[in-house]
Write a protein that binds this ligand. Structure first.
Ligand code: NAP
Length: 522
């Protein structure tokens, strides 16, 4: 019997409705679960979340809410095996790749539990010191941050059903804001199970966490001006969301995380045989194949000094050849499937477009799949070499969401920077070099078009956190086509879930207003 992923709205599970969407195992094609269609009663359910969930959460201090997150971490840890099993079946990922999502989500939840404990018994935040606005110093202005009145709606992408939930829900719940999650349908099972576990354990007040599976119809219509909304997914869907009346007319605060043509750069000093060169190749191969390339941070564009193109291609091809693609249930499998046959078709179509301006430097499809056939959603890694870096256009515009990367030659630092900016705004750029001054110059320039710049020298070979890994201490999000959003970054994440207001008045009144407040410092 397959699972039906019911909606949890208004503090109760809705009865299973007619099955509209089917979730499949991307290796075997087996049916795993169903969801219904459009959710019913969204305006009332959202009001319940704002009134009941919001009121109960806001009655607690940051430290109390942080303690609640810590309990959720314990619960998640006790059920990791279940989550890995769902991830294997529904996302087709190896154990290591499931860990990026499952454990990455739990880690982020735990991180915010610790940070929140440090905010103590406060119920609001102060932003900076009071500004004196009168000669007698009595009339002052204090910027204060209070939790938003509404709820936080998250519409998430398919690639991180666990991490995508918790990296957003942790700062929202810590801020005292109720959450409604709409996971991408194709992998909604894991999100659904985690939410169901938290609800069943009674760790959150009624209305603090709700879930809608299967259909986004009516979600944006149910938003009101004091709500906030976060979207992660494709640029096409993002543009529809931006133009929805709730966002365009009612100014619902929105955060968008979309496509990204991330870049990884080999420094001019890093000749073949150097440690920086080896680090670059190791990390390029790892970052392009983790989760079968279905990470928004994967390096789609690999920039190397022109003279080193051949050496990089040869070294990377050797490592890629050692990664077997197939069913993650086979211990020999190094890389699992894409999430669905639709994604398989989309990657094949994207590859064909990229190949119109590139040569194939490595094509893993020459090797047979392990325990999987052509009906599965498995795609082996491909490394392309762009024929004319300056004339090429598609490589800077088309995000192929699979284990695909394109190698390009650059002439000098200025040329490398010019190419990097052609992504028109990305989540992350990484640089590998033993020359700290060169990396620092590149970082200053890359920061103008990238949300995160990851520098790796041999000194940090063993300790750096990885180009593609989003760590909660650093902000996640990029300008331009990456969506212009900003998440995480430690306590910076709380700003999205708070309303900043300048409280102007007699200093004595401000002192009283600040009694339950703690300074927001990073
Ligand atoms: P998608 O097709 O845009 O879907 C994303 C979410 O939007 C899903 O939950 C989807 O629901 C929902 N949706 C679809 N149409 C909608 C509409 N008209 N109104 C409201 N919601 C709607 O994206 P995806 O294919 O799941 O994800 C892949 C993309 O996400 C890639 O481009 C990747 O780069 C990007 N991504 C970015 C980040 C980041 O942090 N920047 C992270 C992960 C992924 P259904 O599933 O029910 O259709």
């Amino acid at each position: 019997m397959t699972t039906f992923l019911s909606n949890y709205l208004g503090g109760q599970w809705q009865s299973p409705s007619q099955a509209v969407h089917t979730l499949l195992d991307p290796i075997t094609g087996e049916t795993l679960a169903h969801t219904g269609g459009a959710a019913q009663g969204l305006p009332q359910a959202f009001e319940f979340a704002r009134k009941e969930g919001g009121r109960a959460l806001k009655a607690m201090s940051y430290a109390q809410r942080a303690a609640m997150l810590a309990e959720m971490v314990k619960l998640m840890q006790s059920k990791r095996d279940d989550y890995y099993a769902i991830s294997l079946a529904n996302s087709g990922t190896t154990k290591a790749d499931s860990g990026v999502d499952v454990d990455g989500g739990i880690f982020t939840l735990g991180y915010y539990a610790k940070l929140g404990a440090g905010l103590g018994d406060a119920t609001s935040l102060t932003d900076g010191a009071a500004a004196v606005m009168s000669k007698d110093q009595l009339f002052q202005s204090q910027h204060m941050m209070v939790p938003v009145r509404g709820l936080a709606l998250f519409i998430n992408a398919f690639n991180f059903p666990s991490w995508g939930l918790w990296e957003k829900a942790a700062p929202a719940l810590l801020s005292g804001v109720p959450v409604v999650i709409k996971p991408a349908t194709v992998t909604a099972w894991l999100t659904h199970r985690m939410v169901a576990d938290v609800i069943e354990a009674g760790l959150l007040p009624p209305g603090a966490l709700s879930i809608v599976c299967g259909n986004s119809t009516g979600l944006l219509d149910a938003l009101t001006p004091f709500d906030v909304m976060s979207f992660t997914g494709s640029a096409d869907t993002a543009s529809k969301i931006r133009s929805h009346p709730s966002i365009a007319r009612d100014s619902v605060r929105v955060n968008i995380e979309a496509d990204s043509l991330n870049v990884t750069i080999l420094g001019e000093d890093a000749a073949p045989g150097t440690e920086a060169f080896n680090l670059y190749v190791d990390n390029l191969v790892r970052d392009m194949t983790i989760k079968s390339g279905q990470r928004c941070t994967a390096p789609r564009r690999a920039l190397v000094p022109k003279g080193y193109m051949h050496a990089v291609a040869e070294a990377a091809a050797g490592k890629l050849a050692a990664i077997r693609t197939g069913d993650p249930r086979n211990a020999e499998t190094g890389m699992g499937a894409l999430v669905s046959r639709e994604q398989y078709d989309s990657v094949q179509a994207g590859l064909a477009q990229l190949k119109s301006e590139s040569s194939t430097l490595f094509d893993g499809s020459a090797q047979p799949l392990l325990d999987a056939d052509e009906r599965s959603a498995c795609v082996a890694p491909t490394l392309l070499g762009v024929r004319d870096t300056d004339a090429a256009t598609k490589v800077h515009d088309l995000e192929v969401f699979g284990p695909v990367s394109s190698l390009m030659g650059y002439r000098d630092l200025a040329h490398a920077m010019e190419i990097a900016h052609r992504g028109l705004g990305s989540l992350v750029a990484s640089v590998y070099s033993a020359d700290n001054a060169w990396m620092a110059s590149a970082a200053q320039e890359l920061a103008t078009s990238h949300g995160r710049v990851h520098l790796v020298s041999p000194e940090v070979a063993k300790t750096h956190t990885g180009h593609g890994n989003v760590m909660p201490a650093s902000i996640h999000g990029g300008p331009g086509r990456a969506g212009g959003g900003e998440e995480l970054g430690g306590l910076r994440a709380l700003a999205f879930y708070h309303r900043k207001s300048a409280i102007q008045g007699p200093s004595a009144a401000l002192d009283i207003a600040k009694q339950n407040s703690t300074p927001l410092s990073y």
